[in-house]
Design a protein around this ligand. Sequence first.
Ligand SMILES: Nc1ncnc2c1ncn2[C@@H]1O[C@H](COP(=O)(O)OP(=O)(O)OP(=O)(O)O)[C@@H](O)[C@H]1O
Ligand SMILES: [Mg+2]
Length: 246
Amino acid sequence: MNAIEIVELHKTYHGLLRRNSIEALKGVSLSVKQGEIFGLLGPNGAGKTTLIKILLGIAFADRGQALIFGMDSRTPQARRSVGYLPEDHQLPEYLRAWRALDFFAKLYGLQERRSRIEELLHAVGIAERRNSKVREFSKGMRQRLGLAQALLPSPKLLILDEPTANLDPLGRKDVKDLLLRLKEQGATVFISSHVLTEIERVCDRVAILHRGQLLTEGTVDELTQEKSLEDVFVELVRGAHAMEQS
Ligand SMILES: Nc1ncnc2c1ncn2[C@@H]1O[C@H](COP(=O)(O)OP(=O)(O)OP(=O)(O)O)[C@@H](O)[C@H]1O
Ligand SMILES: [Mg+2]
């Protein structure tokens, strides 16, 4: 069974009186095997977040199917095995870092919260700031804390929407190492990004999404035999643009 199975997913956002409708997903199909790190690449507005929200049952598709470990993504059971870091992650500003994590640990009903929180604060590299309030955190530190929150319930599937957007090179390296460790432990990771060079090195497979359609999908090796992934990305997106104009 695949960790994620998406079949012919369609999603249109309707404007007022159905004017200004935006077709965010135009029949996207993809699958993610258990234990792999999968990268969904695409420029701004490609439909990455929409696809992730459908996977989490936050948004609903007009047509098609999204399965998580064989379960319909609209069911609560499907979400039990998922950890999620949203692209615009917010944590309560007035809480200290460890307290913010404790809040979510209680929500998840975790046992031995203290040791799990300490472990995660170290894993994301903010242990020495455990007593700082969230409002004193830099953007990158917030992102690290968000990642720790997503990891709290030891998810079998981790979905990260632009996880490295605010991170400095050290932070990116930390996240990369962390993802590889999770993979070693058998977790599946689904990352969306438009920052190509970072993802290139950790993903087993990537798909390139553009205006709601997949342009290509394959292993990083397959796609980068002759060119860097960045060049493949730019060429495909420019080619798709040119086709639309003609
Ligand atoms: N709630 C919404 N209402 C209307 N249109 C939306 C909504 N959410 C997204 N869209 C539109 O759907 C398209 C895809 O947006 P989405 O957020 O999925 O893209 P993205 O690939 O995540 O982009 P980014 O890299 O900028 O985060 C865009 O054209 C966007 O304007
Ligand atoms: Mg997005």
